[in-house]
Design a protein around this ligand. Structure first.
Ligand code: GLU
Length: 421
C-alpha cells in the first residue's frame, strides 16, 4: 500500500465501504493514521489506515518530482485567451493532480497544473500583481482594467482574471463601468487551495477559460462553482453578483437578477437574460473619484459620522439603508448639511433583494426632498463603485443624479426577479 505513488488513481476497500479516487501527496488534514484521497466530486476525504482491507492502483499517476513544465503547443484552430493573475488563493497551488504546490502564472505553468486548459484554448498567461483581494484598492481596479484592455487589443478571444474572492464583486463592478469589451472578460477565484480538501481552483479555472474562449457575449462576469460539488459553474453578471458565504464553493450568487448562464462539461447553457453579443469597440475609461463612502445605517448610528465625512472632504456617500431605503430621522439634518455642501448621497437597501422605493413612507419622502438619490435595485457595492465612476466624470448634481439613474452595465433593471430567487 505504501508503494503506490501519490497522484495515482486507487480503489480502496475498507471494512464498511469502497472508495475510488486520487491518492493525495500531502495529507495536511490527516495524521499518519490516515490516508487522503480526492474523490470524483472534487472532495478530499481521509480514510483510517486500520480500516483499509485492500488498496489497489487503477491508474499510475505522476510523482510530484516529475512535475515539469509542459511545452505549450499553439493550435491555430483553437481560440486564444489570456489569463491574468492578481493574487488570492487561486494564484498558486494549482497542481490538483498530486496536491503539490506550484505557482501558476505563465501559460506553461498553468497548463502543466491544469492540463485541460490546453484542450480549451491557446493560453497566454501573466501576473499583474499578487495581492489578497482585501488589499485591492481602486487604483488596482484601474491597473486590472488597463492590463485587460492591453490583452484585448492583441486580438484575443477572451480574458480570464484570477482574483481573491473577498472583494471580487467590487472589481467586477468596477471593470463593468470602466471597460466596454468586445470579448468575454471572466473573473474567477478559489475558496480553497488545491492542497486542501475540496479545492475549487481547477474547475473554476477550466470553466472560466471555456467561457472566455466560447461565450457568445461580451460582458464582464464572474464564473464560480454553482453548487458544492464539482458539477457546474454559474456565469454571474458583473454588477449583480455578491459573495454570500464565507467558505462554501458556491458562495457567489447572482442577486436580484438572473445569471448569464451555466457552464458544464464544455457546454454553456444560457438563461433568458439579455447579453451584449461579441464584437463592438473596446473602450477604456478609468476616471474615478475615490472619496466615496459606503455607510451602513444601523440603529444607534450617530449623525456625527456624516459630519466627519464632510470634514474629510468626501464627495459621495452611498447609504445602505433599511427596507425600502430609510435611515433614522436623527440623521436628516446631517444629510441635509452634506448635500448642501455638495456631497452626493445615494440610497440602497441592506435587504439586497427587492428595490428601493422612497415614496411609500414619509421617511423616504423626506430623504428624497433633501436630495437623496434612490438607487433602484442596485446592489450597495455596485452603487458605491458606480458613484466613484460617476463622480470621476462630473460633479454637477443634476448630471450625477441622471447618470446614477441610467443603466450602464446591467446594474439597474426595470423589473426585479420573482421571490424566492
Ligand atoms: N481573503 C483572500 C482574498 O480574497 C484569500 C481568499 C481567496 O482568495 O478567496 O484574496
Amino acid at each position: 500500500m505504501e508503494t503506490i505513488k501519490p497522484g495515482s488513481k486507487v480503489e480502496i476497500e475498507t471494512t464498511d465501504k469502497k472508495f475510488t479516487g486520487i491518492l493525495m501527496e500531502r495529507p495536511q488534514l490527516a495524521d499518519d493514521k490516515h490516508i487522503v484521497i480526492k474523490l470524483g466530486s472534487g472532495y478530499n476525504i481521509g480514510i483510517k489506515k486500520e480500516k483499509i482491507k485492500n488498496m489497489k492502483e487503477i491508474k499510475e499517476g505522476r510523482k510530484k518530482e516529475e512535475f515539469k513544465l509542459k511545452e505549450h503547443k499553439i493550435d491555430p484552430e483553437k481560440p486564444t485567451i489570456s489569463i491574468l493573475a492578481t493574487g488570492g488563493t487561486i494564484a498558486s497551488r494549482l497542481d490538483y493532480l498530486t496536491g503539490g504546490v506550484h505557482s501558476a502564472f505563465t501559460a506553461e505553468e498553468l497548463i502543466s497544473a491544469v492540463p485541460e486548459l490546453e484542450e480549451i484554448a491557446n493560453i497566454r498567461g501573466r501576473q499583474i500583481f499578487n495581492k489578497f483581494s482585501e488589499n485591492i484598492q481602486p487604483r488596482d481596479w484601474i491597473k486590472i482594467a488597463e492590463e485587460t484592455a492591453k490583452e484585448i487589443r492583441k486580438g484575443i478571444d477572451g480574458v480570464v482574471i484570477t482574483h481573491g474572492t473577498d472583494t471580487m464583486h467590487y472589481t467586477s463592478a468596477a471593470l463593468a463601468f470602466m471597460l466596454k469589451t468586445p470579448v468575454p472578460v471572466v473573473l474567477t477565484g478559489a475558496q480553497r487551495s488545491s492542497d486542501r480538501g475540496s479545492s475549487d481552483a481547477a474547475m473554476n479555472l477550466i470553466n472560466s477559460a471555456f467561457t472566455a474562449a466560447n461565450g457568445n457575449f461580451s460582458e464582464i462576469c464572474i464564473v464560480m462553482h454553482g453548487e458544492m460539488s464539482d458539477s457546474y459553474s454559474l456565469i454571474h453578471p458583473a454588477t449583480r453578483v455578491r459573495k454570500l458565504h464565507s467558505s462554501r464553493r458556491d458562495a457567489f450568487q447572482t442577486v436580484n437578477s438572473k445569471p448569464i448562464g451555466k457552464v458544464e462539461n464544455k457546454k454553456i447553457e444560457y438563461t433568458e437574460r439579455e447579453t451584449k453579443p461579441r464584437g463592438g469597440e473596446l473602450k477604456l475609461d478609468t476616471k474615478l473619484e475615490e472619496k466615496v463612502f459606503l455607510l451602513k445605517y444601523h440603529p444607534g448610528l450617530i449623525p456625527g459620522i456624516i459630519e466627519k465625512l464632510i470634514d474629510m472632504e468626501y464627495r459621495g456617500i452611498v447609504i445602505e439603508g433599511t427596507g425600502l431605503g430609510h435611515t433614522s430621522e436623527i440623521l436628516f439634518d446631517s444629510i441635509k448639511e452634506a448635500i448642501d455642501s455638495g456631497i452626493t448621497i445615494a440610497m440602497t437597501s441592506q435587504t439586497l433583494y427587492g428595490r428601493v422605493n422612497m415614496n411609500v413612507y414619509s421617511t423616504g419622502r423626506v430623504l428624497l426632498d433633501l436630495g437623496v438619490i434612490p438607487c433602484e435595485d442596485m446592489l450597495p457595492e455596485t452603487a458605491f463603485v458606480k458613484l466613484m465612476f460617476v463622480l470621476g466624470h462630473t460633479k454637477d448634481p443634476e448630471k450625477v443624479e441622471e447618470m446614477m439613474l441610467t443603466n450602464y452595465a446591467g446594474e439597474i433593471t426595470e423589473r426585479s426577479i420573482p421571490w424566492p430567487p
